[in-house]
Design a protein around this ligand. Structure first.
Ligand SMILES: [Zn+2]
Length: 268
C-alpha cells in the first residue's frame, strides 16, 4: 500500500514537474492550464456578477491601463527568455470592484480584481503597478496550482489523481486551496516563499512596464502603517513587513537593470 502510494507520488512527481521560467526552479504542478483556466474563468464571472463592478471612470480606466502594461511586460520578458507561448491560454481581464477591503488578486489565466479599498494605499498608478505586478506574478508562477498540488499529495491516499479531480467534493477542496469559489474574496494566504517570489518577479515586470520599482518598498511601508485590517493576501506575516521592505529595497536596482535590457531607462 505504502509502496503503491510512493509510486504514484514518484510518477506524478516526474510527470507533473514544470520549470518555472521566472525562477528556473522545477515546481510540482499536477494541473495543466486547460484544466485550471476554465474553472477560474467561470468563478471570475460569477464573482463579477455577485459584486459591484466599477465599470467606468478614471480609477477603473487606470486599473485597465496598468494591467495592460503589466501583461505586455510579462509577455516581452517571457518571449525574450525563450517562453514565447507561455501566455497563449491567458485571457487577461482587469476589474475594479466597489469594496472597502484592502485587497487585490489575479486568478489563474490572468483574471484580475482590484478592490477600491486598496486604492488609497496605492496612491496612484505606480502603486497600482506594484500590487498588479505582485498579483500577476502569483498567477504566472502557478502558485495556486502548486498549492493545489501540494494539497493533493497530502490527500491522495490510494485514490488516483484522475478520480480525485472528478470527485466534486474533493474538487471543491482544491478550488478552495486555489482561492477559487465562494472564498475568493478571502483567499488563503500564499506561503512565505511564494510571497517572496511574487515580490521579486512583480518588481521585474513593473520595471519592464516602465514603473519605478523603488515605489514597491514605499507601498509596503504604507501597507504596514495601515495595520491589522489586511486580508490574508496582505497579512503582515507572509513575510514580515520588515523583511519584505528590505528585500524590495535591495532588489529595486536589479529590476531597473533588467528593464534596461528591454530599452526601458526612465521610470514613471
Ligand atoms: Zn501575494
Amino acid at each position: 500500500m505504502r509502496k503503491a502510494l510512493l509510486l504514484i507520488v514518484l510518477f506524478f512527481g516526474v510527470t507533473a514537474c514544470k520549470t518555472n521560467p521566472f525562477t528556473g526552479k522545477s515546481t510540482l504542478n499536477f494541473y495543466p492550464n486547460s484544466q485550471i483556466f476554465p474553472m477560474a474563468f467561470a468563478q471570475y464571472d460569477q464573482f463579477l456578477e455577485e459584486n459591484k463592478v466599477v465599470d467606468s471612470g478614471a480609477e477603473a480606466n487606470m486599473i485597465t491601463a496598468v494591467g495592460q502594461r503589466i501583461a505586455s511586460a510579462a509577455e516581452r520578458w517571457l518571449t525574450a527568455n525563450g517562453y514565447p507561448g507561455y501566455l497563449k491560454d491567458y485571457q487577461w481581464e482587469y476589474n475594479l470592484v466597489q469594496d472597502e477591503t484592502v485587497n487585490a488578486w489575479c486568478m489563474p489565466g490572468g483574471k484580475i480584481v482590484f478592490y477600491t479599498g486598496i486604492l488609497p494605499i496605492c496612491q496612484g498608478e505606480t502603486g497600482v503597478a506594484v500590487v498588479m505586478g505582485h498579483e500577476v506574478a502569483h498567477a504566472l508562477a502557478d502558485h495556486g496550482a502548486q498549492r493545489m498540488s501540494a494539497g493533493m499529495l497530502q490527500q491522495i491516499g490510494a485514490v488516483g489523481v484522475a478520480v480525485a479531480v472528478d470527485d466534486p467534493e474533493k474538487r471543491n477542496a482544491y478550488m478552495q486551496a486555489y482561492g477559487l469559489g465562494s472564498t475568493v474574496g478571502g483567499m488563503l494566504p500564499f506561503s512565505r516563499s511564494h510571497e517572496t517570489e511574487a515580490d521579486r518577479i512583480g518588481l521585474q515586470i513593473m520595471a519592464i512596464a516602465g514603473y519605478n520599482p523603488d515605489e514597491a518598498a514605499e507601498l509596503w511601508k504604507r501597507m504596514k502603517a495601515q495595520g491589522g485590517q489586511a486580508p490574508p493576501e496582505f497579512l503582515s506575516t507572509h513575510p514580515s513587513n520588515e523583511t519584505r521592505i528590505a528585500n524590495l529595497t535591495e532588489w529595486a536596482p536589479l529590476a531597473k537593470e533588467e528593464a534596461r535590457k528591454f530599452g526601458v531607462t526612465t521610470f514613471r
